[in-house]
Each structure stands twice: as structure tokens, then as C-alpha cells.
Design a protein around this ligand. Sequence first.
Ligand SMILES: CC(C)(COP(=O)(O)OP(=O)(O)OC[C@H]1O[C@@H](n2cnc3c(N)ncnc32)[C@H](O)[C@@H]1OP(=O)(O)O)[C@@H](O)C(=O)NCCC(=O)NCCS
Length: 329
Amino acid sequence: MNFQIITFKEFLKTNKKKELLNILSNLWNEEYGFIFPISYDLMNRNTYQTKGFLEENSYVAICDEMIVGFVTSKIWTHEIEVESYKSTGWISLIYVHPKFRKKGIGSELLIKVESNFKILGKKELYVGRDYQNFFPGIPMDLKSSLGWFAKRGYSCLYETNDLIKYVKNNEQLVALRPFKDGKKYEIRLSNQNDFDVLIEFMRRNYPGRWLVEVNDCFDLCKSNYFLCFDENNHLCGFCRFGNNETDNYGIGYSLTWRNRFESLGGIGPIGVEASYRKNNIAYNLLVSALNYLIEHGSTEIIIDWTNLMDLYRKIGFEIWKSYTYVRKE
Ligand SMILES: CC(C)(COP(=O)(O)OP(=O)(O)OC[C@H]1O[C@@H](n2cnc3c(N)ncnc32)[C@H](O)[C@@H]1OP(=O)(O)O)[C@@H](O)C(=O)NCCC(=O)NCCS
């Protein structure tokens, strides 16, 4: 079968970006849209609106003038450096239409991306887990692709999960726990004045992608954090959340598949400064976000990318989707 593989950049010399992204979303949605629906906004946000998206290392496969497959890739290009990301390349999404599979198109797309990553000095390659990711690995629903990647030198490392809670009509709010050290803490919603203190907190405690998320998204979702302050008004913990009011371009990963749900709420990430841990701060932040979402009409709530099932089960969460981390070195 004759097919041609060209970069997004090349394709856009004669086509419009919006047209390209709509074609890719439709191609994907035809097969997987009922599980993982990708709207134009989501495709745009996770590609062209994300720093580090490589237009020149993302490809479309064309057969008879039709796009039948594609791959998108990213590297870390933020000013905020993360040591472990320096040698990392991410394959964000790879897809070939079922009618065109087993003809070597997927392999060719992968080879192109990998060769370019090599030139860029990227030695650790992941499927998913990119900044503004679709997936934190390969989803179990697409499990048959695991063997395909394994044959091409990728190792399956371990699993991670998205958890879900189905909110009942008369769902009870969850009680906060007393802080173990007996001191006073204030947990409250963030507002536009909290940007600097939250940035400073992230720099101290989580100087990687969570810091970048605040930097990139705070303007769009400034009231989408619960913050915990100690008696001296020192910020010691945060919990990000969102719901159907959160802007499409300001969502965290937990809301990625919101189009499947009536009114999805999402929680995560959550973090507490090291010296403040084991004091029920994380639990109370989590419960504050959960109660907020219940009170504001979320019909389902997702906590993304976690292995803390035992903790979250206690407040009504169960596994929704599981993913396998896949890496090639
Ligand atoms: C994974 C995926 C991209 C592979 O695409 P593909 O075009 O079928 O890939 P290939 O044709 O290169 O390889 C498929 C098989 O066909 C074989 N093949 C390639 N050319 C062939 C030919 N001309 N005749 C017969 N078989 C052929 C390959 O050897 C391969 O078999 P192997 O894995 O046993 O080696 C595709 O299955 C897909 O879109 N899956 C769903 C999306 C997904 O899971 N993405 C990952 C997470 S984002």
C-alpha cells in the first residue's frame, strides 16, 4: 500500500490548522470517541496550545489524499527546568485507522518520531505522561497496543489509575477530620490574589510540572484551588479541582474526558509541604474539594493518575480506568 508520511508543519503549508485538528479528532472519535472523546478544543490544547509540542516531530500518514493515521510528540521546553525531563521525549498520541492497520503505517510513524528524538538527544521515551497529556500511559481499553510497543523495544513498567465517584441525588457531605497537632489551619478557595504565594509554594515544594501548571493555568482557573494556611498565614498545602465551569483550556488532567459525563468534577493534584504532613491536611483539602463539587452539582468526580486506592475508597471512589506506564530507553 502506498502511503506518505509528512510532518504537521509540512501539512499546514497547504491546509489550515483547524482543519487538521478536526480531522485528527474525528478520526480518533470514530473508533474511541465513546470512551475517550477528543473535542477540537482538547486536541488543540494538548498540541498547539502546549509548550513543547513538536509540530516538526508530529506526523500524519496520508493514503489517497486522506489522513489515515497520525502521531503527536512533545519535549520539555518550559523556562522552568526539570532535570529528569531534559532527556525525555513523549509520544502523546498515536493512531492508525483500523482499515489501514497492519500495513506498516504505525511502525513508520513511530520510527520517524524516534529518529527525531534521537537527533534531539532524547534517550528516554514515554507513551503518554506528557505535559497536558491525553493519557498517563497506555489505557487498558487499548491494551492490544501494549504488545505492539513491546515488540518495538518499549517496557511496561507499572500501572496507574483514574478513580471515579458517582454522586448520588442526596449525597452526604464528608466530615473534615481534626488536625492531629491541634493547631488552627484555614482551608479556603483560592482567589486572584493568591497567584504569587502559590507560585512560591510550588517553587519550594513541587518545582516541576505542578509549578508550570499554576504558571500556565492560574488566570483561567484562579478559583480552582483549595489552599491550606497555618496560624501564621503560611501556605502549607493545595488541592486543584475543577468542574463544568472550568475553562476548556484551564482543565487539569482529571477533566480530560469531561465530554462523556453530564457534569464532571475533577480533583488533583494535591500536595502538602513535607514538614506539615501526617496531620490530616491533605485529607481535609481533598474533602473540601469533594464537598464543593458535590454542592455545586457534579454528577461524577474523577481523581486522576493515582495508586492511593485504599485512601480514596474510604470517601467513595473506585477505579475508573487503568493505564500501563510504557518506556523505551
Ligand atoms: C498501535 C497502532 C498505532 C499500530 O498501527 P499499525 O499501522 O497497525 O502498525 P503496523 O502496521 O506498523 O504494525 C502492526 C502489525 O502489522 C504488521 N505489518 C506491518 N506491515 C505489514 C504488511 N504489509 N502486511 C502484514 N502485516 C504487516 C507489523 O509487523 C505489526 O505486527 P507486529 O506488531 O506483530 O510486529 C494501531 O494499532 C492503533 O492505532 N491502535 C489504537 C491506538 C493506540 O492504541 N494508541 C496507543 C496509545 S496513544
